[in-house]
Design a protein around this ligand. Structure first.
Ligand code: ATP
Ligand code: MG
Length: 293
């Protein structure tokens, strides 16, 4: 149960890689967030909702305990924090904060698969996820837990290998490490409390979840309109990326061609347009979608 009567709470990262995108997401869902002089709590002016701004490591616990009703956090943090007790429930992946937990080794280590790490020391900030992976691989390695700067461990002879989050790979490269195995794939997720809000707020909570889902699914989605020769209709609709069943309409004064309108869930590239054109489509328009439900 929320500690503050009459208000929902959403836990977001205060500062860091997920902070800006988390704030953008709740704003896109129609929440007018007011940055007050209270740094920990931002109020939402048009709904009884507060944003609790905390370290990302604290978010899963706050949501699991019902201190917050919703939270936005990396799957990696959620997975590492699982304690066998009550956990937050994942509502949906959010499509940002993508990164991969990877095993990386210096070129001096003779690496021929995870078994090469048997009996070695591996530095990581994610000991639980790494241990589970090593157990699955049947590798007995020692894990050295480091809070940060994991990538320097091999140079300092603290460990023979590391297991760290990678997005572009630039940090590994700068430290002369080669990524070898993928241990865990992560992105930001929306989580909710298993205990649920006070009854008066249940409806609001569902509507916020629904809106966030709408924002996420409209990201990158485009509305495509084009004219197509009837004879090429099947071919053209097959090219449209991630379109369900397009709307097909007659064109005035033309029996040989139709208008096609479709919501494309996946990115529409120039290459896609070129293919559509080659298949006989004309008057192709690609429009952004602002909201979707
Ligand atoms: P906090 O102060 O909130 O504890 P932090 O230092 O633990 O912040 P950040 O570095 O801001 O965390 O990263 C937050 C999350 O962003 C990570 O847990 C991960 O899910 C995601 N992320 C995306 N790309 C990367 C990356 N290249 N390295 C680390 N995390 C990344
Ligand atoms: Mg953290």
């Amino acid at each position: 149960m929320s500690t503050v009567q009459g208000r929902l709470r959403i836990a977001v990262q205060k500062s860091g890689r997920l902070a800006d995108r988390s704030l953008d997401l709740v704003r896109d869902a129609g929440l007018r967030v007011i940055k007050g002089n209270n740094d920990l709590l931002y109020r939402v002016e048009n709904y009884p909702i507060d944003l609790l701004r905390v370290r990302d490591d604290d978010i899963p616990t706050f949501v699991a305990d019902g201190v917050c009703d919703l939270g936005i956090v990396g799957e990696n943090v959620l997975e590492e924090g699982k304690n066998g007790g009550t956990n937050a429930e994942v509502v949906m992946p959010l499509g940002f904060g993508r990164c991969t937990l990877k095993l990386a080794v210096p070129p001096t280590l003779d690496y021929a698969g995870p078994a090469s790490l048997d009996g070695k020391r591996i530095a990581t900030s994610y000991p639980r996820i790494l241990r589970r992976y090593l157990d699955q691989q049947g590798v007995a390695a020692d894990i050295v837990v480091m809070r940060g700067a994991v990538e320097v461990a091999p140079r300092l002879k603290l460990a023979s290998a590391i297991c760290d989050l990678v997005s572009t790979g630039a940090t590994l490269e700068a430290n002369g490490l080669d990524a070898k195995e993928t241990v865990f794939e992560s992105q930001a997720v929306l989580i909710r409390s298993p205990s649920g809000p006070e009854p008066a707020l249940a409806h609001l909570l569902e509507s916020i979840v629904e809106r966030i889902s709408g924002v996420v699914s409209s990201q990158g989605a485009k509305y495509v309109m084009l004219n197509a020769p009837r004879s090429a209709l099947d071919q053209i609709t097959a090219i449209l990326p991630g379109a369900g069943s397009p709307t097909v309409m007659p064109l005035m004064g033309r029996d040989d061609a139709v208008a096609v309108h479709a919501v494309c869930q996946e990115a529409v590239f120039w290459e896609t347009l070129e293919k559509l054109k080659a298949a006989g489509a004309s008057a192709i328009l690609v429009l952004p979608i602002e909201k979707m439900m």
